[in-house]
Design a binder for this molecule. Structure first.
Ligand code: GAL
Length: 682
């Protein structure tokens, strides 16, 4: 393991849950049950102390670690690792009362009352100081404790916005560092528009959605400020426990944080995954979840991640939450392993008795019994993970990447383009990812700053914001032999959200071999047709539909693969390719149906000699994902349908990693089934 700090953590596949021991201090019989049941379920980690500040520091400066000492000792005695949290996500009431400036201020200038959690100001020096003090106490006290495995810093940071004077001051300082003077800022934000010019820094208030540059920078700042807070939080941990790894649990990317920047400061990525199984099409939910796992794996390439939270049954916040169908718990838990996780962990170990989450799913429910479907499912995962140690050092290797970029998403969210309704940036990235998932081809989900050179194919749907240097990096990638695919609504603005003049940035225009003139927007009811040109370079034929966006482009050196077949622009190019240097750049000018994307990418993968995990076509809804070491491949064959599916393994001879027996040539997958197959690499 390259990162020495992770050796201990990744000695085994990890299995465990968030454990709220402190809620049961007056019920020793429950606590005794807990440790017995943890062993029974083959759990080997527990995330503890996440929301326990009020129990650790009941009064300002008066700490009580007695219960945590007992908990840490119990865990060690049971050979269960502690993922010990810093408690900053939920300040105690006394703190909010005594230091009101730690409470967040809303956009109208009102302090939020003390309630819920994650309710504090990231800038407040008092809050930072109080967090630093308690984190120091924790690190000093447990630095040599045998249970301490990993720091869980805070909980689910978000780019939440605080409008207090301290945050505004910090924002203005951030702007001064970025722009130097107001003239430069006024130009970057195009403030002559609607008379928005600033003549003093303290006129700047991040409340004006009509100034796009301002809002984009405010979003960047709030993300940076959360990271700055995190960096302050970990100072005592790094000082006192340099050998203990650090993580903070990430979420799906809708929380206004640039996680790529966080990733540089954590030792291991962990994330909380709560898909809505059995509510719509599980194949689509399976694909989306795969996309997010791949995103989290890609934050730190070559390293495994942790599935820090998932529900063993239902959530309590999704509006509708269905219990998992037979097989689904195993499938969805091991899906994370397939995509590069070295753990399956849950929220929560035991259902709390009262308050908000009392009916959220848990390994141990209010029945307090191991004789439940959920407990049996969880135990089965624990047993399975113990048989998967050979997979620990393996990685997922991708030669295809989809760019899904946060700054681009933030800028696009504010963009007033011909179709502002349903821009669907994130979903569009998933639509371009899905054909590879279906074929069992590994994909990294990267951002626009990631080095492109290791990939054969890079796909950048709707890359509206092309930051400084990016067009040149794309050009170099294609010249060196890479295949680049982009779409409508790309290359429109720069880092400041200013439109490019004279069309695309020159490097992009040369690479794509075209320029774009207009974007047509269709209503929800309207659809168009596009026709593949004969003899096109991907051997595609027939017609497909498009909807929502249709761009009118002018090829310069690019050639046509498909033409529009409807509207006044019938005959205009709809898909083009430009042979450039040693590579190719494709442009998909309209939002097409999924069939086109499936056929397009299948043909492209074939042309680029990129193979799926198995050399056979997989039935719809079945995917195969690969992890490999130098001498062994592990193929995770997963059925996200509620139908029985047969997969012919072709010539390959595999061993079933969970049973140790040779796999049949034709594998029968039951509804929601997963099979883990291994074979030596010759
Ligand atoms: C997570 C959070 C947990 C718990 C869980 C419920 O977002 O980190 O503390 O609230 O959701 O699903």
């Amino acid at each position: 393991m390259e990162n020495k700090r992770l050796e201990n953590l990744f000695q085994k596949m990890r299995h465990g849950a968030d454990y709220n021991y402190e809620q049961w201090l007056d019920s020793p019989e429950i606590l005794a049950d807990d440790f017995r049941l943890m062993k029974q379920s083959h759990s080997n980690v527990m995330s503890i102390g996440i929301f326990s500040w009020a129990m650790l520091e009941p009064e300002d400066g008066h700490y009580d670690f007695s219960w945590l000492d007992r908990l840490m000792d119990e865990l060690a005695a049971n050979d269960i690792g502690a993922i010990l949290a810093t408690p900053s996500a939920a300040p105690p009431a006394w703190l909010s009362q005594k230091y009101p400036e730690t409470r967040r201020m809303n956009v109208l200038g009102h302090r939020e009352p003390h309630k819920g959690r994650q309710n504090f100001c990231f800038t407040s020096p008092v809050y930072r100081e109080k967090v630093n003090q308690i984190n120091r106490q924790l690190a000093e006290r447990y630095q040599n404790h045998p249970a301490l495995l990993l720091w869980h810093v805070s909980n689910e940071y978000g780019g939440v916005q605080c409008h207090c004077e301290l945050c505004y001051e910090a924002f203005r300082t951030w702007l001064k560092n970025r722009y130097g003077d107001l003239n430069t800022l006024n130009h970057a934000w195009w403030t002559t528009f609607w008379s928005h010019r600033y003549t003093a820094w303290d006129q700047i208030e991040p409340v004006d959605v009509s100034t796009h540059g301002l809002m984009l920078d405010w979003q960047r700042f709030t993300s940076d400020q959360a990271l700055d807070f995190y960096k302050a939080e970990i100072v005592p941990l790094r000082q006192i426990t340099p050998a203990i790894p650090i993580t903070t649990n990430f979420m799906r990317p809708d929380v206004a944080l640039d996680y790529w920047r966080f990733a540089e400061h954590v030792d291991v990525i962990s994330w909380d995954s709560y898909p809505r199984w059995h509510q719509t099409d599980d194949v689509v939910t399976g694909m989306e979840t795969a996309f997010y796992h791949d995103l989290h794996r890609s934050y730190k390439q070559g390293l495994p991640f942790l599935l820090m939270e998932s529900t063993p049954s239902v959530t309590n916040w999704q509006g509708i939450s269905r219990v998992k169908k037979p097989g689904a718990h195993k499938l969805t838990s091991l899906q994370a392993i397939a995509h590069g996780s070295n753990s399956v962990q849950y929220f929560q170990w035991r259902q709390s008795r009262g308050a908000w989450e009392k009916f959220h799913g848990a390994v141990v429910s209010h029945l307090n019994s191991s004789d439940t479907r959920v407990f049996r499912d969880v135990t089965q995962i624990g047993e399975s993970l113990e048989k998967l140690s050979a997979i620990l050092p393996s990685t997922n290797k991708a030669s295809v990447a989809v760019i899904y970029d946060y700054e681009n998403e933030w800028a696009l969210n504010n963009a007033q383009i011909p179709r502002t309704l349903g821009k669907k940036y994130q979903i569009t990235c998933q639509h371009h990812y899905a054909p590879f998932w279906q074929q069992g081809i590994t994909v990294d989900v990267i951002n626009a700053r990631t080095d492109l050179s290791k990939y054969k194919i890079v796909i950048a749907p709707m890359l509206y914001l092309m930051g400084k240097g990016l067009p040149e990096r794309i050009e170099a990638f294609v010249q060196a032999g890479g295949v680049f695919v982009t779409t409508y609504v790309s290359g429109m603005v720069d880092d400041s959200d200013l439109a490019f003049l004279n069309g695309y940035p020159p490097a992009l225009r040369r690479t794509l071999g075209l320029y774009s003139e207009e974007i047509d927007a269709l209503t929800d009811e309207q659809q168009g047709v596009l026709e593949l040109c004969e003899g096109n370079d991907l051997n595609l034929a027939g017609s497909y539909s498009f909807h929502e966006y249709a761009e009118l482009i002018h090829p310069e050196t690019a050639t046509m693969i498909a033409a529009y077949g409807s509207e006044f622009y019938a005959g205009y190019p709809a898909i083009t390719v430009n042979n450039y240097g040693n590579g190719k750049a494709y442009y998909i000018a309209a939002r097409t149906d999924d069939e086109l994307l499936a056929d397009f990418y299948k043909s492209l993968a074939r042309a680029e000699n990129i193979n799926g995990a198995l050399s056979v076509d997989l039935p719809k809804g079945v995917t195969a994902q690969v992890r490999e070491t130098e001498n062994q491949r592990f193929v995770f064959l997963m059925n996200f349908t509620d139908q029985l599916q047969m997969v012919d393994l072709g010539e390959a001879h595999f061993t079933d990693q969970l049973t140790g027996s040779p796999a049949a040539d034709e594998v029968t997958l039951y509804p929601y089934d997963i099979r883990i197959l291994s074979a030596p690499i010759p």
